[in-house]
Write a protein that binds this ligand. Structure first.
Ligand code: PLP
Length: 444
């Protein structure tokens, strides 16, 4: 069993309510009740607080004194910036010397950089009485949480559960056309997440190219969210939306014609250190300079030099590469394990779900007895948790309090942690009577 129960106590016990998420309310209630179904299995958020790799930990303890003070470059510690540039060039297959992009470090997660990019786009937008529109997928990551507070209206391209959430270029074309028809202007931003959270699908190059060609031809700014680019089953070759975008921009001609764009890539997912907040941000050299030296500096200096130092030293090491391979092997095994247990222990028809091939998540439909009722997914998640201690999330998770209804009828499970925890979780669910054909709800 993982350390999660103790870690949860440490993270949640306070004299204030730690946050407003329903998950937290449920967890505190369950912990207060003395964990009646065993220690909570925290498979919702995508975090299991694993120990840091010993090499990375050693390098962190060797951080030089300058790492503890303010850093001077808004592009990030130069040693890390150069390593990240190499990583982006190598793993996305980009031409090394190309002058049409540059890479910087983010040390406060990629979410904050997206927010800054949203502000930059607003300042560049021509005057309009209409709110800017962000177009992204449903289900999808919480782009709304970043862009709505800036005044963006969010429109969604639906991913069809009947097609196991495979992206459909025609649906993107229709969404863009419908926004243009209703507002006389194209969307202000398209967000693309080709290693897709939560559906775990690696989008094919054809559909990614189609969406990006559409964006470039209409001058629509683009946000490429490559948070999970490094997290995929060994047999999966992640589609590089960044490489495709650069090709499309090259085809379209001069830089003055190009829409603004930003690609973000988190290091937290692949190296299991989400709390370090490190990532790569890539854009045209001009946009990147404006982003880091005008927008980023408005609310943060360059911090966390010690983390940047350790990561810069670790990235080129063989142990780093090996760790990534082991991590991806583990996730692939866990994905197979969960698929097998859904069928063998919970009676799911194999064709009722698609395990996917990337990210540390997989989806499965909630049993029909739940999905047929209003708020059925929420009810399934809540009753499963209080009867088994297994905390899953909605396929459309929200890392903040929102009135979003749980309506897709799918649950998401984190598979980046221990296989024992997953086996225990499915054992508890089967014992409680959860299954595809369960005749009635578990009840409160
Ligand atoms: C699709 C997606 N984008 C962005 C992020 C933010 O990642 P980070 O905080 O590591 O920058 C996440 C985190 O879960 C994610 O899943």
């Amino acid at each position: 069993m993982s350390e999660t129960p103790e870690t949860l106590q440490l993270q949640l016990r306070d004299s204030v309510l730690p946050n407003h998420l329903p998950d937290v309310e449920w967890l505190l209630r369950y912990l207060d009740d003395g964990c009646p179904s065993g220690p909570p299995l925290f498979l919702s958020l995508g975090e299991s607080w694993p120990p840091l790799h010993p090499d990375l930990s050693r390098l962190l303890s060797q951080a030089p004194d300058y790492g503890h003070g303010y850093q001077l470059s808004m592009y990030g510690l130069p040693a890390l910036r150069r390593e990240l540039r190499d990583l982006v060039v190598r793993t996305h297959g980009l031409p090394a010397g190309a002058g049409d992009f540059e890479v910087a470090v983010t040390w406060s997660g990629t979410r904050s950089t997206m927010f800054d990019f949203g502000r930059l786009l607003l300042d560049r937008r021509r005057k309009s009485v209409r709110p800017p529109v962000l177009l992204c997928t449903a289900p999808g990551w919480d782009f709304a949480g970043v862009f709505e507070p800036l005044g963006y209206r969010v429109e969604y391209v639906p991913l069809d559960a009947g097609r196991h959430f495979a992206p459909d270029l025609e649906a993107w074309r229709e969404a863009v056309a419908s926004i243009e028809a209703s507002s006389d202007e194209p969307p202000s931003l398209i967000a693309l997440n080709a290693q897709h959270n939560p559906t775990a699908l690696n989008w094919g190059a054809e559909v990614v190219r189609g969406v990006l060609r559409l964006a470039v031809s209409r001058h629509i700014p683009v946000l490429l969210d490559d948070a999970h680019f490094g997290v995929h089953d060994p047999a999966c070759v992640p589609t590089s939306s960044l490489a495709i975008l650069l090709e499309e921009l090259g085809e379209a001609g001069g830089a003055s014609e190009s829409p603004l764009w930003l690609a973000v890539r988190s290091l937290g997912k692949q190296f299991r250190c989400n709390g370090w907040g490190l990532g790569a941000i890539t854009s045209s050299p001009e946009t990147l300079d404006e982003l880091v030296n005008t927008y980023r500096v408005q609310h943060q200096y360059n911090y966390a030099g010690h983390l940047q130092y350790a990561m810069a030293k670790w990235l080129p090491r063989e142990s780093c590469e090996a760790h990534l391979r082991e991590q991806n092997d583990l996730i692939a095994r866990n994905r197979r394990l969960v698929g097998g247990l859904l069928v063998s222990d919970l009676g799911y028809p194999p064709e009722s779900f698609s395990p996917g091939e990337c990210t540390s998540f997989t989806l499965f439909p909630v049993p029909p007895v739940y999905s047929e009722r209003p708020e059925g997914t929420k009810c399934f998640l809540e009753e499963t948790f209080f009867k088994t201690g297994v905390l899953l999330s909605d396929a459309w998770p929200r890392p903040r309090n929102s009135r979003q209804s749980f309506s897709l009828g799918y649950a998401r499970i984190f598979i980046g942690g221990s296989p024992d925890d997953l086996a225990t979780a499915f054992g508890r669910m089967a014992e409680a009577g959860i299954g595809f054909d369960m005749p009635s709800r578990l009840g409160p």
